[in-house]
Write a protein that binds this ligand. Structure first.
Ligand code: PEP
Ligand code: MG
Length: 324
C-alpha cells in the first residue's frame, strides 16, 4: 500500500480522456498538513481555523494566530491555502465563548457570529493576511452564507483590513475571497453570490443536513442522512451549472468529495476541484485515473433520473466496478 501511495503521489488526478481535476485537502491540525503533502495534495481547499481556536482556553491573539496561519501557508507554498473564517456555533463550541441555544444548527453560527463581532473577524483576517506576506498563497473563505448582504459586509471588512495593513507598510496582495455554499438559500443565489467573489465552494455536509432537515450528528436519524439523495444531487448539479454560467470556479469541500463514488459524480457534474481529507485522496485519485470524463458525465445524466438514494448509490458502485 505504501508503495502504491508513493507511486500515485506524483501522478496527476487525470481521467483516461485527459480531464484534469485538482485534488486538494481539508486541514485543521498541523499534522494534517504534513500528511497531505505526503499524499500529493495540490492545495488546501478548506483549512478549518476553528480547530486551533478549540485547542486554546481563550481567543488566540492576532500575533498568535499569525504564527499558526504562517505555518499552514509556508507548508504548502506556492500552492494555495483556503482559510475559512471562524465557523463556531452549531456543533463547534469554544469553552471560552459559550453559545447556548435551542437549535444551534439554525442559530448563531459561522459568519453570523463573526459579523456580530467584527473585532473577532478583523483580527482573524489581519492575522491571515500578515501571515501571507511574501507568500501570497492565501485564499479566504466565508462559512454559512445565506444572503448577499453578509458577503458585502464581510468583503467590506476584508478590504478594510487589507487597506490598513498596506498603510502600516505591509506588502500583501489582496487574497482571493470565496463563499461556502452550504445553506439551501445560497443554492438559489449562485449568480448574485458568485459575482461578488472569486470562487465558490460547496460544504456538502451542511448542505445535505439542511436540505434533508437531518442533524448530521444525530445517530437516531443517521440513516436519513443520505449523501446520494436525489434532492442533494440535483442541488449539486444546479450549483455547478450556475457557477459555470458566470465563469466562477466551484469546488466541493464536504465529505462527499472524498468518497470515490461522490467524487466521480462531482467530476461528471463539472466541479473544478475537490477538497477532501488527506486519508481519502489517494483512493479518489486512483478511481479518477481509471475512468473517463465522458463516462462520468453520462453517469451523472443517468443518476439524475433516479428517485431513490439507495438505488443511486448502488448504481454508481456497479458502474465503477464495471469501469475498472
Ligand atoms: C461542510 O459543511 O460540508 C464543510 C465542509 O464544513 P464543516 O464540515 O466544517 O461544517
Ligand atoms: Mg459546514
Amino acid at each position: 500500500l505504501q508503495k502504491d501511495l508513493e507511486g500515485l503521489r506524483n501522478l496527476p488526478a487525470e481521467t483516461s480522456d485527459g480531464h484534469r481535476i485538482p485534488l486538494w485537502v481539508n486541514t485543521g491540525l498541523i499534522t494534517d498538513a504534513v500528511r497531505s503533502l505526503e499524499r500529493g495534495a495540490e492545495g488546501v481547499g478548506l483549512y478549518r481555523t476553528e480547530v486551533p481556536f478549540m485547542m486554546q482556553d481563550r481567543f488566540p491573539s492576532e500575533s498568535e494566530q499569525q504564527n499558526i496561519y504562517r505555518i499552514q501557508l509556508e507548508t504548502f507554498a506556492p500552492a494555495p491555502v483556503t482559510m475559512r473564517t471562524l465557523d463556531i456555533g452549531g456543533d463547534k463550541a469554544l469553552t471560552y465563548f459559550p453559545i447556548s441555544e435551542a437549535n444551534p444548527f439554525l442559530g448563531w453560527r459561522g459568519i453570523r457570529v463573526t459579523l456580530d463581532h467584527p473585532e473577532i473577524f478583523l483580527v482573524q483576517v489581519r492575522a491571515m493576511m500578515k501571515a501571507s506576506e511574501g507568500l501570497n498563497n492565501l485564499r479566504i473563505m466565508l462559512p454559512m452564507i445565506t444572503s448577499v448582504g453578509e458577503v458585502d459586509e464581510a468583503l467590506h471588512l476584508v478590504y478594510r483590513a487589507h487597506a490598513e495593513l498596506l498603510e502600516d507598510g505591509y506588502k500583501i496582495e489582496m487574497p482571493q475571497v470565496g463563499v461556502m455554499i452550504e445553506v439551501p438559500a445560497a443554492v438559489y443565489q449562485i449568480r448574485d453570490l458568485g459575482q461578488r467573489v472569486d470562487f465558490l465552494s460547496v460544504g456538502s455536509n451542511d448542505l445535505t443536513q439542511y436540505l434533508l432537515a437531518v442533524d448530521r450528528n444525530n445517530p437516531r436519524v443517521a440513516d436519513l442522512y443520505q449523501a446520494f439523495h436525489p434532492a442533494v444531487l440535483n442541488a449539486l448539479k444546479m450549483i455547478a451549472d450556475a457557477a459555470s454560467s458566470i465563469g466562477k470556479p466551484v469546488s466541493v469541500c464536504g465529505e462527499l468529495a472524498g468518497n470515490p463514488l461522490g467524487a466521480v459524480l462531482l467530476m461528471g457534474m463539472g466541479y473544478d476541484m475537490l477538497s477532501m481529507n488527506a486519508t481519502n485522496l489517494p483512493k479518489v485519485k486512483s478511481v479518477i485515473r481509471g475512468v473517463s470524463q465522458q463516462w462520468a458525465e453520462t453517469l451523472v445524466d443517468d443518476v439524475l433520473r433516479i428517485d431513490s438514494a439507495p438505488v443511486i448509490a448502488s448504481m454508481v458502485q456497479l458502474a465503477l466496478e464495471k469501469a475498472g
